[in-house]
Design a protein around this ligand. Sequence first.
Ligand SMILES: Cc1cc2nc3c(=O)[nH]c(=O)nc-3n(C[C@H](O)[C@H](O)[C@H](O)COP(=O)(O)OP(=O)(O)OC[C@H]3O[C@@H](n4cnc5c(N)ncnc54)[C@H](O)[C@@H]3O)c2cc1C
Length: 189
Amino acid sequence: MYDIAVIGAGPAGASAAIFLAKAGKKTLMIENGLSVTRRALIKNHYGVAEITGPEMIQVGKSQAETMGADVAAAQVVNIVRNGDHFEVQTEEKVYSAVQVILATGLYTDLAEHIGVQTKPGTEPRVKTVVDVDSQGKTSIEGIWAAGTVAGVSMHTIVTAGDGAKVAINLLSELKGERYVDHDVYKPEK
Ligand SMILES: Cc1cc2nc3c(=O)[nH]c(=O)nc-3n(C[C@H](O)[C@H](O)[C@H](O)COP(=O)(O)OP(=O)(O)OC[C@H]3O[C@@H](n4cnc5c(N)ncnc54)[C@H](O)[C@@H]3O)c2cc1C
């Protein structure tokens, strides 16, 4: 049983998985290889001079794994509530998770299939997005959404930030107080 299943391993999904796994939550990140970020050459991400999309995705996935997340390559075809958790169904396997974050980029087919509320997108070339509240919660309790699929500006710094934001909100809700993840740099004397 996973605490959280993150669907998507683009900047939004991987960033969420990094925060969740680093906080000690049993985290699964599932992706089908169809991130739009594969096609990007990124020169506007703060703190990174230049990086290709495939490199960013690879680094994000391995960072999530280093923090303890499991990563699976699969197509999620359905998400069904089963008592106190969700069954995340892929073409080959079913995973159980207490909560789910949708970070599926331009793809809203899964969200629409499971019945979360959607609305028209406002960003260029983004037709439909998941309707989320300010926390990142969807219309289905326990299912959150982050990144392009949640309607934020389609730039890696923003989608990654949104994934982190939603993970922090989820962690804060579990903790019952605002969650902060700060490591301290101690320069050598
Ligand atoms: C040509 C191009 C150039 C770009 N250049 C820049 C740039 O210079 N600077 C910049 O900031 N941004 C750029 N972008 C935009 C940037 O790549 C995206 O805005 C952003 O990274 C999207 O992040 P995301 O995590 O929301 O979605 P994505 O990166 O698209 O990730 C979506 C994830 O969901 C997964 N997924 C979807 N459905 C399923 C399913 N049913 N089951 C399993 N997995 C699923 C996919 O596998 C993927 O891992 C560019 C985009 C393009 C297309």
